[in-house]
Write a protein that binds this ligand. Structure first.
Ligand code: SF4
Length: 443
């Protein structure tokens, strides 16, 4: 019963909404956006509760499920200690999205529900879940008239966070003094949180871009122009692991330590992929219903097509606008367009978007990095992750043939002794690759 009553879409007003941290920048800007729309959202401290996550799982779950479970249990434990008798689980809503499709992400919130229910006081804490099934629609969680605006500003925050992440990876390998870039990005995050909280509700996108401009101008001064270009490494993989630095044991920094400049796949790419896929699905259902002549369903899918088409158009337009703006200030890599990634898979005929999952984005993303002249690619994922294991199986032989260094880096909570040696060897190959082939220059 609890799985039905306590997991789903709940109105967030008058509650404290708890976001687990995935990519630090993105989650904090998103929470700030929600706060701007009068939703008391906060990002929970992350990875401090990993022991709890491991204690209340069997070891068969995906690693992100264990990490996020630890985050919520740790937060509630600390909150209870702090508030004593005033602690009331009904005051909170835990925000855990889900996905349809063949892998286990759709089960995280159900599993975590079962664990929360095993604590007498926590069975009334609700889990609010957005689903890829309707393209992460926000309807039902805030007032209807604000849902559209919140979705647009939230998407904007995702793109701005991607830009700031790219900025960090662009400047940190060339920083004048060690630690400057990390210090800068933390300050930038607070500044942009304030921008989204105060300007977001007015949909003052220009005002937010102005704050972004000041941030970029300050950040680019950290680059020491005397440091020569370094091998460019592309990262793909499972979205949580590639974004959550504690879970991937700070992979990007480790690569940087061995001389890399890194570009990680973006979060907006995933959001666009969800909308793109919903559009594709609606089109194929419409075709089927035309064949079977079912007029009532035809109307429904026509409406879905119009909705997802306009959402995708808006997202891609907005993303392009922000990238154009930022790239006029500092040289940053552009993001991939999902239709182009599908085209790559069609041309190379090694996988299909019809199979779905993140493997579509990872396999095509790797091939795109190769086409653009990257000096190596890393695939990062939770140990036993199904789509990433597929990616690894499909792309490994292809990368051997292309002669571009490639590394699989599966992670769980253990420290693997050979990992650093593998990264060091990979980076040696990437340096060799750059010596023989040069590297991509941002236009
Ligand atoms: S993508 Fe991988 S880690 Fe994520 S739910 Fe699916 S199998 Fe688990």
């Amino acid at each position: 019963m609890s799985l039905v009553n306590n997991v789903g879409r709940f109105n967030l007003s008058n509650k404290t909404v708890l976001f687990p941290e995935m990519n630090r920048m993105g989650c904090h800007l998103l929470a700030a956006t929600f706060r701007g729309f009068d939703i008391n959202a906060l990002v929970m401290e992350t990875h401090k509760g990993i022991d709890l996550g491991l204690e209340y799982s069997s070891g068969k779950e995906c690693y992100p499920c264990q990490v996020t479970l630890g985050d919520i249990l740790y937060f509630l434990k600390k909150e209870k200690e702090k508030m004593g008798n005033a602690f009331n689980p009904d005051d909170y809503i835990y925000f855990m999205p889900e996905a349809d499709g063949p892998c286990r992400f759709g089960m995280y919130n159900k599993y975590q529900r079962i664990v929360l229910d095993s604590f007498p006081q926590l069975d009334s804490l609700k889990i609010s879940s957005l689903s890829t099934d309707d393209g992460y629609s926000l309807h039902g969680i805030i007032a209807e008239d604000a849902a559209g605006d919140l979705r647009r500003v939230a998407y904007f925050s995702v793109v701005v966070a991607d830009i700031l992440d790219r900025m960090l990876w662009r400047i940190r390998p060339y920083e004048r003094q060690r630690g400057m870039a990390d210090e800068f990005i933390e300050k930038a995050m607070r500044n942009m949180e304030d921008a989204f909280e105060t300007l977001g509700p007015e949909k003052d996108f220009k005002g937010i871009l102005k704050r972004l401009e000041e941030t970029i101008e300050e950040g680019k001064m950290i680059i020491d122009p005397r440091i020569p270009p370094k091998p460019l490494i592309g990262v793909v993989g499972e979205i949580y692991l590639r974004s959550h630095v504690h879970s991937n044991q700070d992979l990007i920094k480790t690569l940087e330590r061995y001389g890399a400049e890194v570009v990680n796949a973006s979060i907006a790419e995933w959001v666009n992929y969800i909308t793109y896929n919903k559009l594709k699905e609606a089109k194929s259902r419409l075709r089927l219903n035309i064949k079977q002549f079912r007029p009532e369903n035809m109307m429904r899918y026509l409406k879905d097509i119009a909705r997802f088409q306009s959402e995708l158009f808006y997202q891609e337009w907005r993303q392009k606008q922000v990238y154009r703006f930022a790239r006029a200030l500092i040289k940053l890599p552009e993001d991939h367009k999902v239709a182009h990634l599908e085209e790559i898979l069609r041309e190379d005929d090694i996988y299909s978007f019809d199979i779905g999952t993140e493997a579509c984005l990872s396999i095509s993303g790797i091939l795109q990095y190769v086409r653009e002249g990257y000096n190596g690619v890393v695939n990062v994922y939770p140990f036993t992750c199904m789509p990433s294991t597929v990616t690894s199986a499909v792309i490994g032989p292809v990368m051997n043939g292309l002669g571009v260094p490639y590394l699989d880096t599966p992670y769980d909570s253990s420290i693997q002794p050979y990992r650093e040696a593998a990264i060091r060897t990979f980076m040696y190959q990437a340096h060799q690759h750059m010596e023989h082939n040069g590297r991509k220059q941002y236009s």
